[in-house]
Design a protein. Sequence first.
Length: 85
Amino acid sequence: MLNLFKKIPRGQSVTFRIDGMHCTSCSLMIDGELEDTKGVIEAETSYAKSQVIINYDEKKVTADKLRSIIESLGYQVVSQSNPTN
């Protein structure tokens, strides 16, 4: 069945595992800061999974820059994976 309402992410995808989140407000703060960054299409942070999945335009922002944004908020990025698109 065709789902016309499902968002199709564009760009590159990266997943960071994050230590230091204490509540859902932490995940909302990370999402907000990342989504305010030029080149980020979508950020989905899960407090329960201790991870963030980011879809971004690699021509406008790098994965290293995204990592540094998260770390500047006081969280530690402990691993990174780049799923294929």
